[in-house]
Every structure is written in C-alpha cells, then in structure tokens.
Design a protein around this ligand. Sequence first.
Ligand code: TZP
Ligand code: MG
Length: 208
Amino acid sequence: MLRLPRVYPITDVGITGLSHAEQVSRLSDGGASFVQLREKNLTPRDFYEQAKVALAVAHSRKVQLIINDRVDLALALQADGVHLGQDDLPPEAARTLLGPQAIIGFSTHTLEQARKAATLPIDYLAIGPIFRTATKADTAPEVGLAGLNSVRGAVGNLPLVAIGGITPANAQDVIEAGADSVAMISALLSSRNIADCIRALLLSLELP
Ligand code: TZP
Ligand code: MG
C-alpha cells in the first residue's frame, strides 16, 4: 500500500512564475518527498522537456515525481507515476502501459465516483474540490468536510488525497475528516517561501 506524505504538493508555473524543476527543488528543500507536476498550457513537447529536467532534480533528491494527465510522458520519462482525471486515459489502460510498480492516482468529485474508483487498479484516490478554489476552472461542486468523511467511509483504507481550497488554516480539519494527505496548489505556491511553508505544514500535520 502506498504511503503518501501528509502534504501533496502540485506544481503550477502560472502561480509561481518558476519552472517545474525550480518548484521541485524548493519543495524538496522544505522536505517534500512526493510531487505532482501539473501543466495545462505547454505543448506536449515542451512539457516533456520541462518534466525531464524536473525529474532529474527530483530523483537526485530522492523525491518521487508523478505527471498529471499524461501517461505517455510518464512512460517516456520513466516518471514514478501518473495522476489521472475522469476524462483522461482510464486507470486500467494506464496500469497496462505503466506496469505494476507505477503510482497511479485518480481524481473523483462525488461519492459515487469514489465508490467506483475504489475497484480500479489505482494506488490512491483524490476527492475534491473540498472547498471553493480559484485555481481550477469548471470544478465540480464542493464536496465539503462531511462529503470527504463519507468518501473515507466508502473507500476503506485506500489512500485518500483531498484537494481544492486547502490551506495551512484548514489542513488539520481535512485530515481529521478522513484524508490521508492534503493536496495544495495556491496556498503553498503563493506563500513567500515555498520551502518554509511546506516544512511547517509537514511538521504540523505529522502523525502523533
Ligand atoms: N482539482 C480539484 S480542485 C483543484 C484541482 C486540480 C485545484 C486545487 O488548487 P488549490 O489552489 O489548492 O485550491
Ligand atoms: Mg487531469
């Protein structure tokens, strides 16, 4: 069973103005051991080039790195895995392509989707948006802490990542509602010092 760190950082070039590689470097300085690269604007060719550099940085620091959306890039780069949405390649197909060792994560937005996802060949499930977020356009309705708690109950001990509107101020509540890990984009990446921010979060959310 995959053991995710309490904080699940996701890169965003638009928010930071930094390359994916530089974001991985700063996150790793703050203690991140797992990062998702998320890129919605570059061509596949340019994302491939950027992800290649980011992966070299990650692996030189023993950070696991997974790629949002693109199974082809994950495969070509030998990344640690992929994070898929409801409209991406199905997790079964990704598993066939990437093999048993790859980390495959899958986004869900409702209890029903989460129930179905729990039967798929995935390593963790993401549920969100938990709260309102400006980072992703056209998100599904907010799941809320009660919704998150129902998902926790429905998916057994499958690793569960909560995403959407999570900040240092509400992260503890999200963990208490049943998430194993909190994904963060804007709250982490728009902080003055990314490394200090994730370091403090990892410390505060550590298991007792
Ligand atoms: N999926 C659901 S909400 C979201 C994604 C990618 C955006 C999360 O960003 P933030 O800034 O942590 O709210
Ligand atoms: Mg996606």
